[in-house]
Design a protein around this ligand. Structure first.
Ligand SMILES: Cc1cc2nc3c(=O)[nH]c(=O)nc-3n(C[C@H](O)[C@H](O)[C@H](O)COP(=O)(O)OP(=O)(O)OC[C@H]3O[C@@H](n4cnc5c(N)ncnc54)[C@H](O)[C@@H]3O)c2cc1C
Length: 417
């Protein structure tokens, strides 16, 4: 009897490809199921680009709740809540509030994972020669008022408990770190060790490495049903490439284990496996500005930024692209791009980088798979053979390389009966 474990990974976003890669490296026989024709076409497509231990603070705090309620009544606010009743949304919000007492503990845990993830991500990229427009210019958090800066000082003290040093910086130092940044700035925190890169390029590159390691990639194949039976996992999937080729019905395959990495769809799949994983789709937007000539390239920032007041993050993706991302919308699964959410990002660019043209840009919207306590679900489900690496919320790019390591170790060390 073969002792090689047959593992299904559902989803080829950043969590799925990192999990599949680590499983394959540990000797498992891995199959990835992905509804889209290519890897990383959903939330891992055009995010903020930051690999940011410095942004590891969880959002579960009384001040976030107070700010959130205020933002509900302001059109251009960074948070938008559709008040239409939905059990999913309100149960999630109730659990979000219930997790406030764990704010410190969960923030410290997130920092530790983020620091651990750096090493794993860099080593995967090196081993497989994955190029992803990595920029090692650090991440600068900036604040316009003394009050905002004082709040950030407390966050820095908490991040330090998890092992991260953020350096306080004066307006003069900020101008040296990012000379193109304009506006009235009170102060900031600089994290030299944080970095940025293109999540889609990385995920696609690592998916190719997975293939080279023997992972079977079932693209255009949706898992529609899955169940546990006789200690095994039965997966029922449908192939449809949207180009005229499709399977006549559901194909059934049997695996020793499954790892659910299905982003905002993990909740439904978990229900079929007897688990409750209350992920809510928290919508965000990005714009990618094309820096077409030398003047524009020189006027755009090189250092990655986080404007805590506007709740926007930025990253420079190679010489010709600059990305701005943000906003959090609680409004179901729609990925429609709404102009009134894009406009504040353009205005922010004009205000802080007046020399940079935004004549050419690409808009995008994605759904953060967010757990109410802001910690991803990493580990075993209730039934044997069932595992999760999902629910990374606003930090999936930052954390996935660490959580893939944890889950792949758990899967490969579970005894197959
Ligand atoms: C605007 C915005 C900015 C962000 N900025 C940052 C940032 O700067 N830094 C950071 O760390 N994180 C950031 N994030 C968060 C990060 O992008 C996400 O946490 C991460 O991409 C989630 O990856 P995932 O693999 O869980 O989900 P996804 O990338 O969505 O992958 C899930 C995959 O599963 C597939 N799938 C689902 N159901 C099935 C099924 N039944 N059968 C087959 N396939 C299925 C989907 O097609 C999809 O490809 C940002 C997110 C947004 C929206």
């Amino acid at each position: 009897m073969s002792t090689v474990k047959k593992v299904a990974v559902i989803g080829a976003g950043i969590t799925g490809v990192t999990t599949a890669y680590r499983l394959a490296k540990k000797g498992a026989d891995v199959t990835i199921f992905e509804s889209n024709s290519y890897p990383a076409m959903e939330t891992s497509y055009a995010n903020g680009g930051q690999l940011s231990a410095s942004n590891a603070e969880v959002w579960n705090s009384a001040s976030t709740v107070v700010k959130g309620v205020g933002w509900m009544f302001s059109a251009g606010a960074p948070l938008l809540m559709n008040p239409k009743p939905s059990w999913h949304k309100y149960s999630w919000l109730a659990e979000f509030v219930a997790a406030i007492p764990n704010y410190e503990k969960n923030t410290v845990q997130t920092v530790k994972w983020a620091l651990d993830a750096r090493e794993h991500l860099v080593s995967m990229a090196k081993e497989e020669d994955v190029r992803f427009d990595r920029e090692e210019t650090g991440i600068l958090h900036f604040y316009e008022t003394k009050k905002q800066f004082a709040v950030a000082e407390k966050v820095s003290a908490l991040l330090k408990k998890g092992g991260l040093e953020r350096q306080p910086v004066t307006p003069e130092e900020i101008r040296k770190i990012e000379p193109n940044l304009k506006g009235d700035i009170y102060g900031g925190f600089f994290t030299k060790s944080d970095f940025t890169g293109d999540i889609h390029k990385f995920s696609s590159g690592l998916a190719s490495a997975c293939k080279r390691c023997g992972v079977e990639m079932r693209m255009s194949t949706s898992v529609e049903k899955l169940r546990t039976a006789n200690g095994k996992i039965e997966i029922f999937s449908r192939f449809d490439d949207n180009r005229g080729s499709s399977s006549p019905g559901l194909a059934k395959e049997v695996f020793d284990s499954v790892v659910v990495c299905a982003g905002v769809h993990s909740r439904n799949l978990a229900t079929m496996l007897g688990d409750r994983i209350n992920i809510y789709p928290v919508k965000g937007y990005s714009i990618t500005v094309n820096l077409e000539d030398e003047d524009n390239q020189n006027a755009a920032p090189r250092t990655s930024l986080l404007d805590d007041n506007a709740k926007l993050v930025t990253s420079r993706l190679g010489p010709t692209r600059f990305r701005v991302a943000g906003t959090a919308e609680f409004n179901g699964y729609s990925k429609d791009i709404v102009w009134k959410r894009i406009e504040p990002m353009l205005k922010w660019c004009h205000r802080h980088f007046p020399g940079m043209s935004t004549e050419s840009f690409i808009s995008w919207a994605g759904l953060r798979p967010m757990m109410p306590n802001m910690l991803p679900k990493v580990g075993a489900g209730n039934r044997p053979g069932v595992f999760y690496n999902t629910g990374h919320g606003h930090l999936g790019w930052t954390l996935s390389a660490a959580t893939a390591e944890i889950v792949s170790e758990l899967v490969t060390s579970e005894v197959v009966t």
